[in-house]
Design a binder for this molecule. Sequence first.
Ligand SMILES: [Zn+2]
Length: 247
Amino acid sequence: MSVSKITGIVIKEVNLKESDKIITIFSSEIGKVQLYVKRAREIKSPFLAGTQLLTHASFVYTPKNNINFLNQISITCGFEKIKFDIEKIYYAMYFLEFLDKTVELESPAEDMFIFLVKILNRFNDGNDDIKLIRLIYELKMLALLGYAPEVTKCIRCESGVTEENNYFNFEDCGVVCEKCLESDATVMKLNKESLHAMQYILYIEIDKIFSFEISPKIIKELREIVDKLVKINIGQSFRTLDFLNKI
Ligand SMILES: [Zn+2]
């Protein structure tokens, strides 16, 4: 019988009868995968801690009749500081739900896994502006999913963006210059700081992605843009956002 080993993070758990559960792992090797865990919720179960949300671990499992049965877990980290901060935990739950709803099963996405680990580590250890971290996560995920907005040149005439007088066109998800502005399009005038922030998030290497700050006014503007981009490109509602919108 073949045995598989992956390194990943638990992004979803569903309880079943008799204390069994199914966990969804987002892994470095094969992307999203579901594992069946027998008796996971029993107090003496060796899988009690390792099958909880946010656990970063290596998982050994046996595929049998289209079900992957978990055999062994070796925990790397549980992102414990996130779990003790009520605001952070809601944000992290949203990040996990976003991932679960936007990626297919067993579709390798190593760059997405590396980004997830970096953002959760940063979230666990740092004191960054939590609203900025959410924007970084959503914009970068949109790009990794193939929905990066065009923010370096006008989507009509393809001239490079200038410092001022740029607009964001939501129908075509990109910047238009003043000359190409159409009166009937859904556009928003872009602050140059918002444009710079989007360029930075989308094109800077992941290790440097968190090293900037922006004002609450720009965060608000970016929030409006990213909300619309997520709605247009992903078209899903997220259960965890109901909590986030209340805090
Ligand atoms: Zn133009």
